[in-house]
Design a binder for this molecule. Sequence first.
Ligand SMILES: N[C@@H](CCC(=O)N[C@@H](CS)C(=O)NCC(=O)O)C(=O)O
Length: 214
Amino acid sequence: MKLYRFRYSPYARKVQALLDWLGLQYEAVEVPYADRNELATLTGGYIYVPVLVTESGAVIKESRDICEHLAQGRGASLVPAPWEGPIWAYHDFVDGPLEDALFRIGSPAVQQAWPTPGERALYTLVKERKFGAGCVEAWLRERDVLVARARKLLAPSLRTLTQRPFLFGDAPTVADAALLGNCLMLQEADPSLLPSLAPELVAFVERASAYRLA
Ligand SMILES: N[C@@H](CCC(=O)N[C@@H](CS)C(=O)NCC(=O)O)C(=O)O
């Protein structure tokens, strides 16, 4: 299998967590931000990540669809019955409102981490076309407000994680994969961000990254 990713993409890291937990063999392909020819050729023009090429050669876009694919068969324990509803709802909460706060916290550092001026400028352009001129600088200035918003959203989950290793019990589910993906996005952006936002999540990242399905 092949997983096309940006290292900071929470959606790609979520999928990668599922592949790792399931012990599946795959190659992680780091997509250069300013050269997506391989990806566009593969997908027929879709240049977001993640994209997964399965063992049978199927090309799956959209991380939720990839997660649903991986959660079939042996992966069924990643969405254990009867918790399918709350697990997918939590997954969607992370990929929606939580990611919306966290990516703004991580974005200024992600922008600076691209190795070339062209990639940094393209990243800024992509963000500004969607969120308005000067948005990345504004997110840096407004970091305290964004951190307060993220902490409020995270507070109930942190209470759960003081009592359980994972959100739904002793083993991780796609809900944990979504949360892990966002934590890894912050860690890739700037290793100081996650400990200052929610130190409890540092231990969660270690636990979740080390997990392998028996
Ligand atoms: N709904 C998509 C969202 C994927 C997405 O937005 N990926 C971002 C990276 S986190 C991306 O590829 N952005 C394109 C860009 O920055 O040019 C999914 O869940 O896979």
